[in-house]
Design a protein around this ligand. Sequence first.
Ligand code: GDP
Ligand code: IMO
Ligand code: MG
Length: 428
Amino acid sequence: MSCSLVLGAQWGDEGKGKVVDLFTEEADVVVRFSGGHNAGHTVVIKGEKYILHLIPSGIMHDGKVNIIGNGVVIDPEALIEEINDLKARGISFEGRFFVSKRAHLIMPYHKIFDKHSEAKKGSKKIGTTGRGIGPSYADKMARVGLRVCDLYDEEVLKEKVFQNVEEVNLIAERIHGLEPLNPQEVFESYKKYGEIIKPYVAETSYMINKLYNEGKNIMLEGAQGTLLDVDHGTYPFVTSSNPTAGGAFTGTGLAPQSLNNVVGVLKAYTTRVGSGPFPTELEDETGQRLRDVGGEYGATTGRPRRCGWLDLVATKYAKMLSGINYIALTKLDVLTGFDKIKVCVGYEYNGKVFETFPPEIKILENLTPVYKEFDGWTEDITKVKRYNDLPENAKKYVEFIKNELGVEYALISLGTDREETIILNKVF
Ligand code: GDP
Ligand code: IMO
Ligand code: MG
């Protein structure tokens, strides 16, 4: 009986999909606990690429149980599309895929308000994925949201849909000059979605705890990343959930004592999609090279990702917040061929150097990173299977990160495929 959490240590897209897929080999159950289809988790198996949005990456392993926990917000239309796409590619769902009755739904008006609010903000926009994530979580907190279980009580569903749609129509028309929605149409489409996903719907909090108590290995799959956390991230340039460890408990119903390992997925450099502060961003040729070599274009929206050097101030903060005890270092291969590689080890602002991640956006935007510089390597490392076979300069870089963070590596990833990985420690 064991439980390991895999989460993003940066601003998302660290390679969580690949890491979860690899460790699923030893897991019995994989659970998503936060976010929604704003996530895009890439798994490459023998050259074939799959991008998971809502469905846990463990679905790629036959026979493993996959659960969408209560902390996730679900757009049922997107869920059905994802299930159908994966089924068409030969992935089975029967008896091994479950969706929490308590998870909140993304409604059509959430998507409309998400996009409209971004358009209105102009240059101050957050750069959301436009999937309705923020408005859905806002309704959850305002206690007016609809949950998966509401889809199965026609009276409740109708009442809630009509109440919400009539209310949002007033705001949409009078304040934003938007077209109103037809509540009857929304009711009917959600009733239909409910019927389609019914075979998968379950009381997952009890289910996960039962599986854990039966001795199963549980993998909790984080989405987004630490610095996009609504509490701990670069607010307001964040998502609307808790991708840090705390979210794994509220979002599944598992108790904190269940957790054995926390794997922080860390890209060997940094990327960010959307707006907001990014202290080590490189808006020059070096940044462009990271983007080109790393294929840094969003898995969900296709947007070019902003790129920069690794930031150890931010990573130490991530370690502290979630109790990370293993690092999964990804995309080290992308740094091959760089003459010099830099790592941020401190921030300088107003003549003072510090090593804590500040809450103030103004400070984050105006500080100067303090860098330590490393010599690069030129050897192709994608086929390396043993740590000792890495080039000396790559080892120096990797050792430095480990020593600064004071944690062991679970793995070092050297390419997109399952095979292109050096596994150093098991997490189950
Ligand atoms: P996630 O959201 O954290 O699951 O990450 P994404 O899937 O959005 O982005 C990570 C991208 O990097 C995907 O295209 C992966 O296929 C790719 N990737 C993962 N690990 C490696 C690696 O070690 N090397 C290279 N070159 N690409 C990787
Ligand atoms: P994975 O799981 C990277 C970013 C968006 C935007 C902000 C808010 O693939 O790592 P939202 O639509 O959530 O309200 O957008 O959060 N964002 C991500 N960036 N990876 C993700 O997921 C993200 N999910 C949301 O770009 O800046
Ligand atoms: Mg992603």
